[in-house]
Design a protein around this ligand. Structure first.
Ligand SMILES: [Zn+2]
Length: 432
């Protein structure tokens, strides 16, 4: 496995990543670009963009918020620096940590802003946890869908054309776009990247039958998933909905946001440490995000949130690469015992089925099987085993066959994804 020579990202990353001739990843290259930008001129440009949307008697802007440090920073910018009247919108997925819930509920107090919070029914959310996990190895798929759908629905219903997002994750972490692209939110990003090509109608009983997975049916119908349904092109055009990213206009640094929002607004980090990363100020809106959800990233791709956080901190000059590697060695592989126990109980899921389902998502570019154990190469140069294989003999043989095919030059998994994308109707992936 190839790793970036500057940060700790592997070539088989969850996001598209490539390397230059010095072995530096696109994420690090775009981070370099950020240091050369004239941010005063970008802020002036930010003012010009939002000035076009100022209204006398209505909301000027819609801000999707989770109550996290970045949300606070965005609302601080909008209200104190840009002098806008925002409408705050939250998709609430039911699993905030206590400090996260505290921070979320206080936004309308400290900023004196109107705040709409949509909380889907708990029974349906538990079904979505099980479905997302069994279908895609991602119990939080519903969150990706809700976060990138509910604010757009509200923008249409309240006639607020301009949406202010934080950073573009694929750009910030993996360098998918340049700062000169001024990338904006699209329906294509929502569907193909955030939601991996699946939309809400794939998770109804009818949709699962269409996907050839009727055994996963949880009894969901169209009316159960109103919160997941993206507005039509006509609805979007009528309002002129547009989503811009704050990180294109101001130097975006989560570590600085934490300092500012704790000092100015009494924002609270998590008191209890997370099992899989060294940070306490990220993902407070979902206790499983850096727990079982992130463990699945290690299962699939061989790295986790400690790698993500280390890459960010290395690029900001706050961590050396060797310190980052130590975080990876200590945390990336950890099976989050406490968080997993909580999720199994919450989603009413069997522990053995959990392990078996995990193993069905192992990426053969990363994993090998030796003596009944999962084995992979590490960034520090050795190979380690990471637990027992929980597949049947036939499934094990199929995995080894896929791995052998890859070694011969094929790329089975990516072709599967490409095939699925091509099967979708073109109107479903129309740009916003
Ligand atoms: Zn890098």
């Amino acid at each position: 496995m190839k790793y970036c020579s500057r940060c700790v990202y592997p070539a088989a990353s969850a996001m598209p990543l490539s390397f230059n001739e010095d072995g530096v990843c696109t994420g690090c290259q775009v981070a370099d670009q950020r240091r050369l930008i004239d941010w005063d001129s970008r802020l002036a440009q930010f003012h010009r963009v939002v000035d076009e949307y100022r209204c006398g008697n209505d909301y000027d802007i819609l801000i999707p918020v989770s109550g996290g440090k970045d949300s606070y920073y965005q609302v601080h910018l909008a209200t104190k620096v840009l002098n806008l009247k925002p409408l705050l919108v939250t998709y609430h997925a039911n699993n905030f940590v206590p400090e996260g819930e505290y921070n979320l509920q206080r936004m309308r107090e400290v900023f004196d802003c109107d705040h709409l919070i949509l909380r889907p029914g708990e029974g349906m959310l538990k079904k979505m946890n099980r479905l997302g996990f069994r279908l895609q190895g991602d119990m939080n798929w519903h969150s990706h869908c809700g976060i990138f759908t509910v604010p757009i629905q509200v923008a249409v219903r309240y006639n607020v054309p301009l949406i202010l997002w934080g950073e573009h994750g694929f750009m910030d972490l993996a360098g998918m776009y340049s700062y000169d692209d001024f990338v904006e939110f699209t329906a294509k990003f929502r569907l193909e990247h955030a939601m991996r090509g699946y939309d809400w109608d794939d998770l109804t009983d009818e949709g699962l039958t269409r996907l050839g997975r009727p055994e996963l049916a949880e009894g969901l119908e169209e009316k159960d998933l109103k919160w997941a349904q993206y507005p039509s092109d006509d609805e979007l055009d009528a309002v002129g909905v547009r989503g811009i990213y704050t990180s294109n206009f101001v130097p975006w640094d989560s570590n600085r946001h934490v300092e500012l929002v704790m000092k100015e607004y009494g924002w609270r980090p998590s008191v209890e440490p997370f099992e899989r990363t060294y940070r306490r100020f990220s993902s407070l809106d979902d206790r499983h995000d850096v727990g079982v959800h992130d463990y699945l990233k290690f299962v699939k791709f061989g790295y986790g949130r400690a790698s993500d956080h280390s890459c960010h901190d290395i690029r900001e000059g706050q961590l050396s690469r060797s310190e980052g590697i130590e975080h990876v060695r200590r945390l990336d592989h950890v099976k989050p015992v406490k968080d997993l126990a909580r999720w199994l109980e919450y989603a009413e899921f069997d522990a053995d089925e959990f392990d078996h389902t995990c193993d069905s998502f192992r990426d053969p570019r990363v994993w090998n099987i030796k003596g009944g154990k999962w084995v992979k190469a590490n960034i520090w140069g050795t190979e380690s085993d990471y637990g027992d294989v929980c597949l049947s003999a036939a499934e094990t043989a199929a995995f080894i066959e896929r791995r052998d095919q890859l070694k011969e030059g094929g790329d089975g998994q990516r072709n599967d994804l490409k095939r699925k994308r091509n099967e979708r109707a073109p109107e479903a992936i129309a740009a916003l």
